[in-house]
Design a protein around this ligand. Structure first.
Ligand code: 5GP
Ligand code: ZN
Length: 116
């Protein structure tokens, strides 16, 4: 998918509005438009990476970074004690609907296992 057609690249450029809760030079965290839990934040690399399957060795630093940002966001959202879930859907069969790698951070309700 071309970056100009990517909704999350448009969040990065500011062409699509989002409720941003954290950002730095490598990533942006913003609230999901269709939340599946009281807290549902998406963390995306600023750089367009289509999916975890497309991430290369050079992407390892940003992948590690977004995991640490997830913990920071969860802490800021008051989820430290209750816990939180991090999810990366990869491929349509696993539920990936936006082809720009994103990490879901979900919390504020009991989380069941296994996930559906
Ligand atoms: P996926 O299904 O690819 O793992 O997750 C994509 C997520 O992006 C979904 O939870 C969906 O609600 C969210 N989403 C899709 N378009 C937008 C948008 O324009 N803005 C925001 N904030 N979230 C979006
Ligand atoms: Zn993109």
């Amino acid at each position: 998918m071309a970056e100009q057609d990517c909704i999350f690249c448009s969040v990065v450029t500011g062409d699509v509005r989002a409720e941003i809760v954290f950002q730095d030079d490598r990533c942006i965290a913003f609230r999901d438009i269709n939340p599946q839990a009281p807290v549902h934040v998406l963390i995306i690399p600023r750089e367009h990476i289509e999916s975890l399957d497309d991430a290369g060795r050079g992407d390892e630093p940003v992948l590690g970074h977004i995991l640490r940002v997830a913990a920071r966001v969860a802490n800021d959202e008051g989820l430290t004690e209750s816990g939180f879930r991090t999810v990366i859907n990869t491929g349509a069969g696993a539920g990936q609907s936006v082809l720009h790698l994103h990490l879901h951070v979900l919390g504020g309700r009991p989380m069941h296992w296994p996930p559906g």
